[in-house]
Design a protein around this ligand. Structure first.
Ligand code: DCP
Ligand code: MG
Length: 398
């Protein structure tokens, strides 16, 4: 659902009040005091059907026809991604290749060539670095850029984003979609708005109206469970959420209630965290109802393992795994982590770790996480942002 046209500047006051969220980022991002009191300029860049774009670049005969990158349909292969022609048939990442071929018998599936994708990613990140040091890669094909203090193009983030898109297309041969906004959460949604090969700008005075029309499921940290709970409460859009009292939201969602309220008003003070070495990739879920038994926990492992596989693939980190771990937070908030040496996060290995961890307290669990630790110095200096839980992220800190 697209938001209503953004027409009024009257709505801006709550969202972009001069000092509120951005001052919090000051010490973390090292930004000047002057820039901290005006809205930030964040660009979220995300390549279009990244692996498939690289393949089409290298073999133009693949263009204009349904193409996927992934495993073979006859050996339980999975689709890593597909081009937009293939998406018209309902094909998407993580679908089994066998099903994809049933949906589109003309689909051509090529095997992944990670080295090529890593090389393209390095080139793209190098272009970003010409505009700002404040770059936070989220995966091989996705990054936040804080260009608040960038001096290019008379400080126009829109022009910077346009130039970056043109340069990546010309130099690397793939298209990047971009979102420009005063914070990460809005920039990320904006980059998806005109995909593929598009750009969407949300100016500070437009944030309030833009966010009001968004479904709550778009909010950072709102996964299926929270979205369903909100739906039960009659909350579908951010505008619906704004009608709620903080105390009521707290009653239903704990500390995440406050976060929900902020996000529904377009407030997101998370700084863009520049390159840190990526040390692990993980996913975790906080359950709305505690998992009472070991069997209940075990039943969740295949889902978590599948999510983890997707994250590892997106991070291009499969070759760098050295350990697996399972994290459990029990009903009494005590946390335990069990790990073992391994190079593949298989379900049986994760189940064995779960059993060990569970035995330490043997009481209901409110959160489960699974992850992999990577070899030291691995990757392209990308951060541990995959540690961000897939479902209901902020719950994990309650
Ligand atoms: N990837 C993967 N397995 C998944 C999801 C993604 O291997 N379950 C890989 C292939 C993608 C790349 O990560 O090309 C980037 O992931 P995105 O989610 O950004 O998807 P795309 O770039 O392919 O498509 P979009 O145009 O929607 O961004
Ligand atoms: Mg992408």
């Amino acid at each position: 659902m697209k938001p209503a046209p953004v027409t009024s500047a009257l709505t801006s006051a709550r969202t972009v009040s001069p000092r509120t969220p951005d001052t919090a980022t000051d010490s973390l991002s090292g930004r000047s005091v002057a820039s901290a009191i005006s809205p930030r300029k964040i660009i979220h860049c995300d390549c279009d059907c990244f692996y498939a774009s690289v393949e089409m670049r290298d073999d133009p005969s693949l263009r204009g026809r349904p193409l996927a990158v992934g495993g073979r349909p006859d050996s339980r292969g999975v689709i890593a991604t597909c081009n937009y022609e293939a998406r018209r048939f309902g094909i998407h990442s993580a679908m089994s290749s066998a099903l994809a071929v049933r949906k589109c018998p003309d689909l051509l599936i090529v095997p992944p060539a990670m080295d090529k994708y890593r090389a393209a990613s390095r080139q793209i990140m190098a272009i970003y670095r010409e505009y700002t040091e404040l770059i936070e890669p989220l995966s091989l094909d996705e990054a936040y850029l804080d260009v608040t203090d960038a001096t290019h193009h008379q400080r126009s983030a829109t022009s910077i984003a346009a130039e970056i898109r043109a340069r990546v297309a010309a130099t690397v041969g793939v298209t990047v979609s971009a979102g420009v906004a005063p914070n990460k959460f809005v920039a990320k949604i904006a980059s998806d708005w005109n995909k593929p090969d598009g750009m969407f700008i949300v100016k500070p005075h437009q944030v309030d109206a833009f966010v009001a029309a968004l479904p709550v499921s778009k909010l950072f940290g709102v996964g299926r469970v929270t979205a369903a709970k909100l739906e039960q409460l009659g909350v579908r859009t951010c505008a619906d959420l704004r009608d709620w009292e903080a105390v009521e939201l707290h009653r239903h969602f704990g500390v995440f209630g406050q976060r929900l309220l902020e996000l529904s008003r377009g407030i997101d003070s998370r700084p863009v965290r520049p390159d840190r070495e990526r040390k692990s990739v993980s996913v975790e879920t906080t359950y709305p109802i505690d998992l009472r038994t070991l069997a209940d926990c075990a039943a969740e492992i295949p889902t978590l393992a599948a999510q983890l596989d997707g994250r590892i693939a997106r991070a291009g980190a499969a070759a760098q795994i050295r350990k697996l771990f399972v994290k459990i937070r029990f009903a009494d908030f005590q946390r335990t982590t069990v790990e073992c040496m391994a190079v593949t996060p298989t379900v049986p290995a994760l189940l064995a770790l779960l059993e060990k961890g569970w035995a330490r307290r043997a009481q209901p669990a409110r959160l489960l996480g699974v992850g992999v630790r990577l070899v030291d110095g691995a990757g392209d200096a990308q951060p541990d942002l995959f540690a961000q839980p897939i479902e209901d992220a902020p719950h994990a800190t309650c």
